[in-house]
Design a protein around this ligand. Structure first.
Ligand code: SAM
Ligand code: SF4
Ligand code: SF4
Length: 348
Protein backbone atom coordinates (compact mmCIF):
# COMPACT_ATOMS: atom_id res chain seq x y z
CA UNK A 1 0.00 0.00 0.00
CA UNK A 2 1.37 3.44 -0.87
CA UNK A 3 0.08 6.89 0.06
CA UNK A 4 -1.58 7.25 -3.31
CA UNK A 5 -3.70 4.14 -2.88
CA UNK A 6 -5.28 5.46 0.33
CA UNK A 7 -8.35 7.60 -0.20
CA UNK A 8 -7.62 11.18 0.85
CA UNK A 9 -8.72 11.36 4.47
CA UNK A 10 -10.71 14.10 6.15
CA UNK A 11 -10.44 14.78 9.87
CA UNK A 12 -13.23 14.58 12.46
CA UNK A 13 -14.43 18.05 11.39
CA UNK A 14 -14.47 17.03 7.71
CA UNK A 15 -11.34 19.02 6.80
CA UNK A 16 -9.02 17.66 4.10
CA UNK A 17 -5.22 17.75 4.29
CA UNK A 18 -3.94 20.25 1.72
CA UNK A 19 -0.98 22.24 3.05
CA UNK A 20 2.22 21.18 4.72
CA UNK A 21 4.45 23.67 6.54
CA UNK A 22 7.96 22.43 7.01
CA UNK A 23 10.31 23.89 9.58
CA UNK A 24 13.85 23.37 8.32
CA UNK A 25 15.69 24.78 11.35
CA UNK A 26 14.95 25.98 14.88
CA UNK A 27 17.68 28.63 14.62
CA UNK A 28 17.21 32.28 13.79
CA UNK A 29 19.38 35.37 13.50
CA UNK A 30 16.58 37.53 14.99
CA UNK A 31 15.14 37.47 18.48
CA UNK A 32 11.63 38.85 17.98
CA UNK A 33 10.07 39.22 21.42
CA UNK A 34 6.81 37.60 20.28
CA UNK A 35 8.60 34.49 19.01
CA UNK A 36 12.12 33.92 20.40
CA UNK A 37 12.61 36.36 23.28
CA UNK A 38 16.29 36.82 24.10
CA UNK A 39 15.79 36.00 27.82
CA UNK A 40 14.93 32.43 26.79
CA UNK A 41 16.64 32.00 23.43
CA UNK A 42 19.83 33.83 24.32
CA UNK A 43 23.23 32.53 25.40
CA UNK A 44 23.13 28.96 26.65
CA UNK A 45 19.96 27.97 24.81
CA UNK A 46 20.39 24.48 23.35
CA UNK A 47 19.51 24.52 19.67
CA UNK A 48 19.16 21.31 17.68
CA UNK A 49 22.24 19.58 16.30
CA UNK A 50 22.53 18.97 12.57
CA UNK A 51 22.04 15.20 12.98
CA UNK A 52 18.77 15.83 14.83
CA UNK A 53 17.28 17.67 11.86
CA UNK A 54 15.51 15.76 9.14
CA UNK A 55 17.78 15.41 6.12
CA UNK A 56 16.63 16.72 2.74
CA UNK A 57 16.10 13.11 1.61
CA UNK A 58 13.91 12.43 4.65
CA UNK A 59 11.87 15.59 4.11
CA UNK A 60 11.40 14.78 0.43
CA UNK A 61 10.30 11.23 1.17
CA UNK A 62 7.69 12.49 3.62
CA UNK A 63 6.50 15.13 1.17
CA UNK A 64 6.03 12.46 -1.49
CA UNK A 65 3.83 10.53 0.92
CA UNK A 66 1.92 13.64 1.97
CA UNK A 67 1.31 14.47 -1.68
CA UNK A 68 -0.40 11.10 -1.91
CA UNK A 69 -2.91 12.39 0.65
CA UNK A 70 -3.78 15.50 -1.33
CA UNK A 71 -1.10 17.95 -0.13
CA UNK A 72 -0.45 20.43 -2.94
CA UNK A 73 1.13 23.40 -1.15
CA UNK A 74 4.35 23.50 0.83
CA UNK A 75 5.74 26.30 2.93
CA UNK A 76 9.33 26.27 4.15
CA UNK A 77 9.77 28.09 7.42
CA UNK A 78 11.56 27.90 10.75
CA UNK A 79 13.33 29.51 12.64
CA UNK A 80 14.90 31.32 9.72
CA UNK A 81 14.82 28.98 6.71
CA UNK A 82 17.62 30.82 4.92
CA UNK A 83 19.96 29.70 7.72
CA UNK A 84 19.59 26.07 6.61
CA UNK A 85 22.57 25.24 4.42
CA UNK A 86 21.84 24.39 0.77
CA UNK A 87 18.17 25.21 1.13
CA UNK A 88 17.95 25.67 -2.64
CA UNK A 89 18.82 21.96 -3.08
CA UNK A 90 15.85 21.05 -0.90
CA UNK A 91 13.59 23.26 -2.98
CA UNK A 92 14.79 21.57 -6.17
CA UNK A 93 14.07 18.17 -4.66
CA UNK A 94 10.59 19.19 -3.51
CA UNK A 95 9.75 20.83 -6.82
CA UNK A 96 10.28 17.42 -8.44
CA UNK A 97 7.64 15.68 -6.27
CA UNK A 98 4.50 14.68 -8.21
CA UNK A 99 1.44 16.59 -7.08
CA UNK A 100 3.28 19.51 -5.45
CA UNK A 101 2.33 22.62 -7.38
CA UNK A 102 3.18 25.43 -4.99
CA UNK A 103 6.29 25.96 -2.86
CA UNK A 104 6.47 29.05 -0.66
CA UNK A 105 8.83 30.33 2.02
CA UNK A 106 8.40 32.58 5.06
CA UNK A 107 11.57 34.51 5.87
CA UNK A 108 12.78 37.58 7.70
CA UNK A 109 14.60 38.47 4.42
CA UNK A 110 17.75 39.70 6.13
CA UNK A 111 19.78 37.13 4.15
CA UNK A 112 17.94 37.58 0.88
CA UNK A 113 20.72 38.88 -1.31
CA UNK A 114 20.09 39.31 -5.02
CA UNK A 115 22.05 36.11 -5.88
CA UNK A 116 20.23 34.13 -3.22
CA UNK A 117 16.84 35.36 -4.38
CA UNK A 118 17.60 34.40 -7.96
CA UNK A 119 18.80 30.95 -6.85
CA UNK A 120 15.60 30.35 -4.85
CA UNK A 121 13.48 31.24 -7.85
CA UNK A 122 15.54 29.05 -10.18
CA UNK A 123 15.24 26.14 -7.75
CA UNK A 124 11.43 26.29 -7.96
CA UNK A 125 10.30 28.57 -5.12
CA UNK A 126 7.08 30.25 -6.24
CA UNK A 127 6.08 32.60 -3.45
CA UNK A 128 7.76 34.54 -0.66
CA UNK A 129 6.26 35.86 2.56
CA UNK A 130 8.53 38.34 4.28
CA UNK A 131 8.15 39.42 7.89
CA UNK A 132 8.51 43.10 8.68
CA UNK A 133 6.89 44.78 11.66
CA UNK A 134 8.08 48.38 11.40
CA UNK A 135 9.74 50.93 9.14
CA UNK A 136 11.03 53.06 11.96
CA UNK A 137 14.53 51.64 12.64
CA UNK A 138 14.16 52.13 16.41
CA UNK A 139 10.84 50.26 16.55
CA UNK A 140 12.22 47.56 14.26
CA UNK A 141 15.28 47.07 16.48
CA UNK A 142 13.14 47.02 19.61
CA UNK A 143 10.93 44.25 18.22
CA UNK A 144 13.61 42.09 16.62
CA UNK A 145 16.25 42.66 19.30
CA UNK A 146 19.19 42.32 16.93
CA UNK A 147 21.65 44.69 15.33
CA UNK A 148 20.72 43.64 11.80
CA UNK A 149 19.92 46.92 10.11
CA UNK A 150 16.42 47.46 8.81
CA UNK A 151 17.99 48.18 5.42
CA UNK A 152 19.05 44.53 5.08
CA UNK A 153 15.39 43.53 5.26
CA UNK A 154 14.26 46.31 2.94
CA UNK A 155 16.95 45.30 0.41
CA UNK A 156 15.74 41.71 0.68
CA UNK A 157 12.20 42.85 -0.10
CA UNK A 158 13.42 44.84 -3.10
CA UNK A 159 15.35 41.80 -4.34
CA UNK A 160 12.24 39.64 -4.01
CA UNK A 161 10.12 42.18 -5.87
CA UNK A 162 12.75 42.40 -8.62
CA UNK A 163 12.47 38.67 -9.36
CA UNK A 164 9.62 36.80 -11.00
CA UNK A 165 7.91 35.33 -7.92
CA UNK A 166 4.21 34.73 -8.40
CA UNK A 167 3.60 36.58 -5.15
CA UNK A 168 5.49 38.53 -2.51
CA UNK A 169 3.66 39.25 0.73
CA UNK A 170 4.81 41.30 3.68
CA UNK A 171 3.65 40.01 7.08
CA UNK A 172 3.38 42.51 9.93
CA UNK A 173 2.55 41.27 13.44
CA UNK A 174 0.73 44.08 15.21
CA UNK A 175 1.17 44.42 18.97
CA UNK A 176 -0.84 47.04 20.79
CA UNK A 177 1.36 49.68 22.33
CA UNK A 178 4.38 48.51 20.33
CA UNK A 179 3.86 49.05 16.62
CA UNK A 180 0.30 50.03 15.72
CA UNK A 181 1.78 53.43 14.86
CA UNK A 182 3.64 51.69 12.01
CA UNK A 183 0.46 50.49 10.27
CA UNK A 184 -0.08 53.61 8.14
CA UNK A 185 3.61 54.04 7.20
CA UNK A 186 3.67 50.37 6.14
CA UNK A 187 0.51 50.87 4.09
CA UNK A 188 2.04 53.90 2.41
CA UNK A 189 5.26 52.10 1.59
CA UNK A 190 3.65 48.97 0.14
CA UNK A 191 0.64 50.42 -1.70
CA UNK A 192 1.44 50.28 -5.41
CA UNK A 193 4.61 48.25 -4.70
CA UNK A 194 3.48 44.91 -6.08
CA UNK A 195 3.74 43.35 -2.60
CA UNK A 196 0.63 42.57 -0.59
CA UNK A 197 0.82 43.74 2.99
CA UNK A 198 -0.82 41.46 5.55
CA UNK A 199 -1.44 42.24 9.17
CA UNK A 200 -1.29 39.41 11.70
CA UNK A 201 -2.94 39.59 15.09
CA UNK A 202 -0.45 38.92 17.88
CA UNK A 203 -1.00 35.28 18.88
CA UNK A 204 -0.52 33.25 22.04
CA UNK A 205 1.86 30.80 20.40
CA UNK A 206 4.62 29.23 22.46
CA UNK A 207 5.11 29.84 26.16
CA UNK A 208 7.44 32.80 26.48
CA UNK A 209 5.99 35.83 24.73
CA UNK A 210 3.92 37.06 27.70
CA UNK A 211 0.82 37.19 25.49
CA UNK A 212 -2.34 38.78 26.80
CA UNK A 213 -5.54 39.65 25.01
CA UNK A 214 -5.15 43.36 25.72
CA UNK A 215 -1.96 43.38 23.60
CA UNK A 216 -3.92 42.29 20.53
CA UNK A 217 -4.67 45.05 18.05
CA UNK A 218 -7.62 43.37 16.34
CA UNK A 219 -8.41 42.98 12.65
CA UNK A 220 -11.35 45.40 13.00
CA UNK A 221 -9.16 48.02 14.65
CA UNK A 222 -6.55 47.62 11.90
CA UNK A 223 -9.07 47.97 9.07
CA UNK A 224 -10.82 50.94 10.73
CA UNK A 225 -7.49 52.74 11.05
CA UNK A 226 -6.54 52.11 7.41
CA UNK A 227 -10.00 52.89 6.06
CA UNK A 228 -10.01 56.31 7.74
CA UNK A 229 -6.93 57.29 5.71
CA UNK A 230 -7.16 55.12 2.60
CA UNK A 231 -10.73 53.83 2.10
CA UNK A 232 -10.92 50.07 1.53
CA UNK A 233 -13.60 47.58 0.54
CA UNK A 234 -13.73 43.80 1.12
CA UNK A 235 -12.61 41.40 -1.60
CA UNK A 236 -13.78 37.81 -2.09
CA UNK A 237 -11.35 35.14 -0.92
CA UNK A 238 -9.07 33.75 -3.65
CA UNK A 239 -9.82 30.18 -2.64
CA UNK A 240 -11.68 28.22 0.00
CA UNK A 241 -9.68 28.17 3.22
CA UNK A 242 -7.66 31.35 2.58
CA UNK A 243 -6.58 32.54 6.01
CA UNK A 244 -6.26 36.26 5.29
CA UNK A 245 -9.36 38.39 4.83
CA UNK A 246 -8.72 40.64 1.86
CA UNK A 247 -9.40 44.36 1.47
CA UNK A 248 -8.88 46.49 -1.64
CA UNK A 249 -8.02 50.20 -1.72
CA UNK A 250 -10.90 51.99 -3.42
CA UNK A 251 -8.43 54.20 -5.30
CA UNK A 252 -6.77 51.20 -7.02
CA UNK A 253 -3.69 51.18 -4.77
CA UNK A 254 -3.69 47.39 -4.43
CA UNK A 255 -4.88 45.37 -1.46
CA UNK A 256 -4.10 44.35 2.11
CA UNK A 257 -4.97 41.24 4.09
CA UNK A 258 -5.68 40.65 7.75
CA UNK A 259 -5.06 37.38 9.55
CA UNK A 260 -7.37 37.45 12.52
CA UNK A 261 -6.68 34.19 14.29
CA UNK A 262 -7.57 35.73 17.64
CA UNK A 263 -10.70 37.78 16.95
CA UNK A 264 -12.15 35.82 14.00
CA UNK A 265 -10.63 32.33 14.01
CA UNK A 266 -10.70 30.18 10.88
CA UNK A 267 -10.27 26.66 12.27
CA UNK A 268 -13.29 25.44 10.30
CA UNK A 269 -11.28 25.56 7.07
CA UNK A 270 -7.86 24.67 8.47
CA UNK A 271 -6.27 22.08 6.17
CA UNK A 272 -2.69 22.58 7.39
CA UNK A 273 -0.26 20.17 8.97
CA UNK A 274 3.14 21.17 10.28
CA UNK A 275 6.38 19.23 10.30
CA UNK A 276 8.96 20.28 12.87
CA UNK A 277 12.67 20.36 12.09
CA UNK A 278 13.11 17.02 13.88
CA UNK A 279 10.30 15.36 12.01
CA UNK A 280 7.34 15.62 14.35
CA UNK A 281 3.95 16.20 12.80
CA UNK A 282 1.74 18.80 14.46
CA UNK A 283 -1.90 19.05 13.49
CA UNK A 284 -2.35 22.50 15.06
CA UNK A 285 -0.13 25.54 15.64
CA UNK A 286 -1.15 25.47 19.30
CA UNK A 287 -0.63 21.77 19.93
CA UNK A 288 1.27 20.61 22.96
CA UNK A 289 2.54 17.41 21.36
CA UNK A 290 3.80 16.32 17.98
CA UNK A 291 3.87 12.88 16.43
CA UNK A 292 7.32 11.56 15.69
CA UNK A 293 8.09 10.52 12.12
CA UNK A 294 11.88 10.67 12.33
CA UNK A 295 12.08 7.41 14.25
CA UNK A 296 9.83 5.75 11.71
CA UNK A 297 12.01 7.06 8.88
CA UNK A 298 15.24 6.01 10.56
CA UNK A 299 14.04 2.59 11.72
CA UNK A 300 13.43 1.35 8.20
CA UNK A 301 9.63 1.73 8.07
CA UNK A 302 8.11 1.18 4.64
CA UNK A 303 6.24 3.86 2.72
CA UNK A 304 3.03 1.98 3.46
CA UNK A 305 3.66 2.05 7.22
CA UNK A 306 4.43 5.78 7.18
CA UNK A 307 1.39 6.49 5.01
CA UNK A 308 -0.79 4.52 7.41
CA UNK A 309 0.41 6.69 10.27
CA UNK A 310 -0.34 9.92 8.40
CA UNK A 311 -3.77 8.57 7.53
CA UNK A 312 -4.71 7.62 11.07
CA UNK A 313 -3.38 10.86 12.58
CA UNK A 314 -5.31 13.04 10.16
CA UNK A 315 -8.52 11.06 10.54
CA UNK A 316 -8.31 11.49 14.34
CA UNK A 317 -7.61 15.24 14.18
CA UNK A 318 -10.07 17.41 16.10
CA UNK A 319 -8.01 20.60 16.63
CA UNK A 320 -9.83 23.93 16.78
CA UNK A 321 -7.78 25.75 19.38
CA UNK A 322 -8.46 29.32 18.21
CA UNK A 323 -12.21 28.77 18.13
CA UNK A 324 -12.05 27.28 21.62
CA UNK A 325 -10.01 30.25 22.80
CA UNK A 326 -12.68 32.60 21.48
CA UNK A 327 -15.46 30.59 23.10
CA UNK A 328 -13.54 30.83 26.35
CA UNK A 329 -14.15 34.60 26.08
CA UNK A 330 -10.50 35.41 25.76
CA UNK A 331 -9.14 33.16 28.49
CA UNK A 332 -6.41 31.28 26.66
CA UNK A 333 -6.61 27.53 27.09
CA UNK A 334 -3.81 25.19 26.11
CA UNK A 335 -4.80 22.08 24.27
CA UNK A 336 -3.76 19.15 26.44
CA UNK A 337 -3.13 21.49 29.35
CA UNK A 338 0.65 21.48 29.23
CA UNK A 339 3.41 23.36 27.44
CA UNK A 340 2.70 24.48 23.85
CA UNK A 341 5.22 24.01 21.08
CA UNK A 342 7.31 27.09 20.23
CA UNK A 343 6.60 28.94 16.96
CA UNK A 344 10.30 28.88 16.02
CA UNK A 345 10.19 25.09 16.33
CA UNK A 346 7.31 24.40 13.97
CA UNK A 347 7.18 27.61 11.97
CA UNK A 348 4.36 30.09 11.45
N1 SAM B 1 11.87 33.59 10.50
C1 SAM B 1 10.87 33.61 9.49
C2 SAM B 1 10.07 34.88 9.56
O1 SAM B 1 10.07 35.54 10.59
O2 SAM B 1 9.42 35.19 8.56
C3 SAM B 1 9.95 32.40 9.49
C4 SAM B 1 9.51 31.84 10.79
S1 SAM B 1 8.41 32.87 11.73
C5 SAM B 1 8.12 31.88 13.15
C6 SAM B 1 6.93 32.79 10.78
C7 SAM B 1 5.91 33.86 11.01
O3 SAM B 1 5.38 33.72 12.31
C8 SAM B 1 6.43 35.28 10.91
O4 SAM B 1 5.66 36.01 9.96
C9 SAM B 1 6.22 35.83 12.29
O5 SAM B 1 5.95 37.20 12.28
C10 SAM B 1 5.06 35.01 12.79
N2 SAM B 1 4.94 34.98 14.25
C11 SAM B 1 5.87 34.53 15.13
N3 SAM B 1 5.39 34.66 16.39
C12 SAM B 1 4.15 35.19 16.31
C13 SAM B 1 3.15 35.56 17.25
N4 SAM B 1 3.32 35.42 18.57
N5 SAM B 1 1.98 36.08 16.79
C14 SAM B 1 1.77 36.22 15.46
N6 SAM B 1 2.67 35.87 14.52
C15 SAM B 1 3.85 35.38 14.93
FE1 SF4 C 1 13.14 34.61 13.90
FE2 SF4 C 1 10.97 34.69 12.43
FE3 SF4 C 1 10.79 34.14 15.03
FE4 SF4 C 1 11.46 36.60 14.30
S1 SF4 C 1 9.51 35.56 13.89
S2 SF4 C 1 12.48 35.37 15.88
S3 SF4 C 1 12.61 36.24 12.46
S4 SF4 C 1 11.76 32.90 13.52
FE1 SF4 D 1 -5.70 25.49 12.44
FE2 SF4 D 1 -5.14 25.14 15.01
FE3 SF4 D 1 -4.93 27.58 13.90
FE4 SF4 D 1 -7.35 26.48 14.30
S1 SF4 D 1 -5.90 27.07 15.87
S2 SF4 D 1 -6.64 27.53 12.44
S3 SF4 D 1 -6.89 24.32 13.92
S4 SF4 D 1 -3.70 25.76 13.40
Amino acid sequence: MTGSTIQNPTDTLDRPLRDLRISVTDRCNFRCGYCMPREIFGKGYQFLRQDQLLSFEEITRLVRLFAGFGVRKLRLTGGEPLLRREITSLIEMLAGVDGIDDIAMTTNASLLTRERTQALLDAGLGRLNISLDALDPAVHARINEVDTPLDAVLDGIDNALGEGFSSVKINMVVQKGINEGEIIPMVERFRHSGAILRFIEFMDVGNHNQWSLDQVFTANEIIRLIDARYPVEPVEANYHGEVARRWRFRDGGGEVGVISSISQPFCRDCSRARLSAIGELYTCLFATAGHDFRDLLRSGASDAQIAQRIDSLWRARDDRYSEERLQGLGRPRQKGGSVKVEMSYIGG
